[in-house]
Design a protein around this ligand. Structure first.
Ligand code: FES
Ligand SMILES: [Fe+2]
Length: 370
């Protein structure tokens, strides 16, 4: 197996600068197609080891990968589609609630009621091909009612028929660097140089209008960069092309491109795996060129190339960040990054009710060359 980019040459997790993490929100743990009954999968989210699976009835679950008895990972135990059984002393747990069903060592004279014991289970929902897990903050108590939680993020689809694809890449930097790398407009001509996308020589001045949205900001509907090839392709439909890009806490970038009845949408998330590493996940859906053969593999190929270019750059950046240099954010190209840090601080200070502390007081135009 290829070495993980988030591990150093000795196999240890890269311990670059850490980021503060946002709890009490939904994060994608892994592709839900990997979850089948009778098997357990592991994932790490926000430094929490998780064990995930799918019950016989189809429901997905996520538990802390640690037996409440003596801490052995539950993932090394057994799963029969109904109960997770710990490999050490055989305690059995219902995985959606975490409730203990059986403690094999108990006798009829024992007084302990096994069903009063719980392993830690997290709200887990399958959507857009991911198992989304809600990670509560320390001391938040048990939260399992999905109806009481903020909605699970969802990719917009504008027709019944569409195609979709997923991409993922581990990044050896903390989630803040992953996110500001994602929203940074100025790296495009340098990192994503390619004949089919754009070249350095195509740099030109851009003016983009941004407006505040709850928990984030929107790059308002506009005709997309005339200097990038994929958008030119959409021109074949001969209708005006409009694109909107939203960023919303804690880590989501939604892109919507519409051209008459044709559309392309994507949801990109940058998820903290540990405090110093993260993972980028992209799910995209489209009905453009629906009937053209090979569009999905071609789109995946170019999408993967694009994500790989960001990944390679961030691997190089991690090398530099190891030595904790001081950094800077400049106007206007890094203004979205500044908004991100301010929004994040407001969330950390005031939770979701921290409304009113939005860093933008209205629409604003930013200018940069890219
Ligand atoms: S450690 Fe899990 S049952 Fe004892
Ligand atoms: Fe990029």
């Amino acid at each position: 197996m290829a070495r993980l980019v988030t591990l150093d040459s000795s196999g240890a997790s890269i311990a670059g600068p850490t980021a503060t993490l946002i709890y009490d929100d939904w994060y994608p743990a892994l592709r839900s197609k990997r979850l089948r009954s009778n098997s357990l999968q592991t994932a790490m989210l926000l430094d929490l080891p998780l064990v995930l699976g799918r019950r016989k009835d189809g429901r997905v679950f996520a538990m802390r990968d640690s037996c409440p008895h003596r801490g052995i990972p539950l993932s090394v135990g057994w799963f029969d589609g109904e109960h997770v059984t710990c490999r050490y002393h055989g305690w059995e747990f219902e995985p959606c609630s975490g409730q203990c069903a059986t403690i094999p060592s108990l006798t009829s004279v024992g007084r302990l009621d096994a069903t009063r014991i719980y392993a830690t289970a997290y709200p887990c929902v399958e959507k857009d091909g991911y198992a989304w897990v809600y990670i509560p903050g320390a001391g938040a108590g048990r939260k399992l009612e999905v109806a009481d939680l903020p909605p699970v993020p969802e990719l917009a689809k504008y027709s019944d028929k569409y195609r979709s694809a997923h991409l993922t890449a581990d990044l050896p930097c903390n989630v803040d660097h992953g996110i500001i790398g994602l929203m940074d407009p100025a790296h495009g001509p340098f990192v994503h140089q390619a004949w089919w996308w754009r070249s350095r020589g195509s740099i030109r001045e851009k003016t983009k209008r941004f407006e505040p949205i709850p928990d984030g900001f929107r790059m308002a509907a506009h005709a997309p960069s005339g200097n990038s090839a994929p958008y030119k392709l959409l021109g074949v439909y001969g209708e005006p092309v409009e694109t909107t890009i939203d960023f919303a806490l804690p880590n989501r970038r939604y892109e919507t491109i519409r051209c008459g009845s044709k559309w392309f949408t994507s949801l990109t998330t940058v998820t903290p795996v540990t405090a110093s590493t993260c993972r980028i996940d992209v799910v995209a859906a489209w009905n453009v060129f629906y009937h053209v053969p090979l569009v999905t593999p071609i789109a995946k190929f170019f999408g993967a190339k694009f994500v790989r270019q960001d990944q390679v750059t961030m691997i190089q950046q991690a090398e530099g960040l190891r030595h904790n240099p001081s950094l800077m954010l400049i106007d206007d190209a890094d203004k979205p990054a500044k908004w991100y840090f301010a929004l994040k601080q407001a969330r950390l200070d005031g939770g979701r009710s921290g409304e009113g502390k939005h860093p933008m007081d209205g629409p604003v135009e930013l200018h940069w060359r890219s």
